[in-house]
Design a protein around this ligand. Structure first.
Ligand SMILES: O=P(O)(O)OC[C@H]1O[C@](O)(CO)[C@@H](O)[C@@H]1O
Length: 619
């Protein structure tokens, strides 16, 4: 374990120092040291047919009400000394995600405003630090060089799991030893599911510590009717969109390579999806689409080759393909092979013996794959027993198979263009330590402050949430949602005969293939493929007009089309000044794509006032 966690960092002059001075904006309800908690109706689960199973597994925490936080009446705000000091622990349970530090900062500020005698302990080294009770007291001094900074290096992280009996017992022992009123668990889907179980176990064992989850994950897959997005998703998408758009421009400049880019996102492809909306690469293959259409590996390869061939007919020998790291598991035959390997891991079969123990069809597929993929598929599993997808070079597998297929097509006389050449990238870990965007700084800081109010209100088994994120911070609504309300049970089959399997849990939310954002992308797919409609969002903006740009998916999916007349007017005036009367349709398209965001264009296209402006009818 790194002994330097929490040590003051030397911040580079210029941007890094300036970022440390940024003061996150606070929604109105969080501006006083206390809040008023308003209790709503009892909850069930996001999948009501699972309610009885969740209720059985979580007898103490199922059905709790939603809680909203509003500003207290001025007279209700008691003096700090009238409030008992609070003792809270905080742990990074999930993977690094930009903005995580600000959750701790917000929590610290709220705790001290609540009562300056309150104490906040950070667990050093992630969950391992929680189990071993290794703490660092969080103070203003400790926080100084970590404010608005990326990574999780204030406290570090270890395994993203608080699940086994030993782990839960150790965590409970730490809560008791430190006499904690609250434990704040920072992480994604897995960490929050574990937080729910820990909270239930603590109640059953008469441990007073309240457990609060905070949605922090670069993958953006912890989203449901209570959670609009996770901390870090915005930053990671911005960093990766810049990288993708950079390679788009590189590709078109030399006209000789196809770039195969893999982005993070295991069970869901949100990062790849958002980056494609931002940067417009030629091709995007989502895990969700492949799983739905049950596309085989060779069908995917043929699809890519058809795209390469169509572009060659236009004289184009370059392009950019974006995939999520989870794509490999979405391909039916690869999924089945990975499942067989997982079973062998669970049965402790030595890696060297695994290939010989595969079923005949899986062994045949395994042998067909290039040696580097075979080696990567056999790596030890993640904490949730899934394959280590970040270590599997799916982009290289695709590039290799596409090259083979293009050579075959050439030999058969089906392809007459130039030789296909590729360059592969995994833009994965690079973004996790990035300086967080203003949005992630504000969002994380607010969630940290909400966590304190949840503990003060005695809530346990809840997640801190903020709604209305597409709007400015002064319109954000702060709340707490029961973790059990986000649970469902996996099923073997769909429909009435479906058999529930496993314990209820919080599951990653896939891309909504019926959603507005996906519809937009599909409409543009053939133009993206052939027209090199690249878009350059550039680096993260911290100041000025670009600094408040939010994820396109977040704004599109939550867009109130009829209500945003102000946005409409602003867009109209922008485009009117740019476009000259009588200019071509192509110029209009380009003007719109470069001048306004997709969200704005969508708003324009869907708004009744759109009829005023024939130029928007390019669709
Ligand atoms: O740091 P680690 O353990 O290699 O984590 C890698 C994984 O973490 C994530 O970044 C976030 O869950 C995944 O997308 C990726 O597969």
């Amino acid at each position: 374990m790194n002994a330097d966690f929490g040590a003051p960092k030397e911040l580079a002059g210029g941007l890094q120092q300036r970022r440390a001075l940024y003061q996150p904006r606070l929604p109105p309800c969080l501006q006083a040291p206390t809040v008023k908690a308003e209790y709503g109706d009892a909850t069930t689960t996001i999948e009501p047919s699972c309610a009885h199973v969740v209720a059985q597994a979580f007898p103490n925490t199922f059905g709790q009400p939603l809680v909203s936080f509003v500003a207290p009446a001025a007279a209700a705000a008691a003096a700090a000394e009238e409030r008992a000091p609070i003792r809270v622990g905080v742990v990074f349970s999930g993977r690094q995600s930009p903005g995580g530090h600000n959750v701790i900062w917000g929590l610290h500020d709220a705790i001290k405003a609540y009562n300056p005698q309150s104490v906040l302990y950070g667990f050093v080294g992630g969950t391992e630090g929680l189990f071993a009770n290794k703490t660092l007291e969080i103070t203003d001094d400790v926080l100084a060089s970590y404010k608005n900074q990326g990574g999780f290096d204030l406290l570090g992280r270890s395994i993203d799991q608080i699940r086994t009996t030993k782990q839960v017992t150790s965590a409970m022992a730490t809560c008791r030893t430190l006499n904690l009123d609250g434990l704040v668990i920072i992480g994604g889907v897995t960490s929050n599911a574990d937080a729910a179980q820990l909270s239930e176990t603590l109640i059953q064992n008469n441990c007073k510590t309240k457990v609060v989850g905070v949605p922090v994950s670069l993958n953006g897959d912890l989203r449901n009717q209570f959670v609009e997005t996770t901390v870090g998703f915005d930053t990671v998408c911005k960093v990766n969109s810049q990288l993708v758009s950079n390679v788009c421009l590189d590709a078109i400049s030399a006209g000789k390579y196809y770039y195969f880019v893999r982005l993070m996102g295991r069970k869901a492809s949100h990062v790849a999806f958002e980056c494609a909306l931002q940067s417009h690469p030629n091709m995007l293959i989502l895990g969700e689409e492949v799983a739905l259409s049950k596309l085989t590996l060779m069908e995917i390869i043929n699809k890519i080759c058809d795209g390469v061939q169509a572009r060659a007919e236009l004289g184009k020998y370059h392009g950019v393909l974006v995939i999520p790291e989870g794509l490999i598991e979405s391909i039916p035959e690869m999924y089945a092979l990975i499942q067989e390997i997982n079973i062998l891991h669970n049965n402790n079969v030595p890696v060297a013996e695994m290939p010989s123990q595969l079923s005949p069809w899986a062994a045949a597929l395994f042998q067909f794959l290039p040696p580097f993929i075979r080696r990567e598929l056999l790596l030890h599993q993640e904490s949730d027993n899934s394959a280590q997808l970040s270590q599997i070079d799916t982009e290289q597998l695709l590039a290799h198979l596409v090259e083979t297929e293009m050579i075959k097509r050439t030999k058969e006389g089906r392809y007459k263009g130039r030789k296909f050449s590729s360059v592969c990238h995994f833009f994965g870990y690079q973004a996790r330590g990035s300086i967080p965007s203003n949005f992630d700084c504000d969002y994380a800081y607010a969630l940290g402050r909400i966590s304190l109010h949840m503990i003060a209100a005695g809530l346990t088994g809840y997640m801190a949430t903020v709604a209305n994120l597409k709007d400015s911070v002064d319109k954000w609504r702060c709340a707490a949602a029961p973790l059990t309300a986000m649970m469902s049970v996996k099923r073997h089959l769909r429909g009435p005969g479906a058999i529930p399997i496993g314990r209820p849990s919080i599951h990653p939310s896939p891309i909504d293939l019926k959603g507005k954002a996906y519809e937009l992308l599909r409409e543009k797919a053939s133009s993206f493929l052939l027209d090199d409609f690249y878009r350059t969002p550039g680096g993260i903006q911290f100041e000025g007009p670009g600094s408040d740009v939010k994820p396109i998916t977040l704004t599109i999916e939550n867009q109130d089309y009829m209500g945003d007349i102000e946005i409409l007017k602003e867009c109209l005036s922008k485009v009117r000044t740019m476009v000259k009367p009588g200019c071509s349709r192509e110029i209009l398209k380009a003007a719109i794509s470069s001048m306004v965001s997709v969200t704005e264009v969508l708003t324009l296209m869907s708004h009744p006032l759109n009829a005023e402006l024939p130029l928007y009818h390019f669709k």
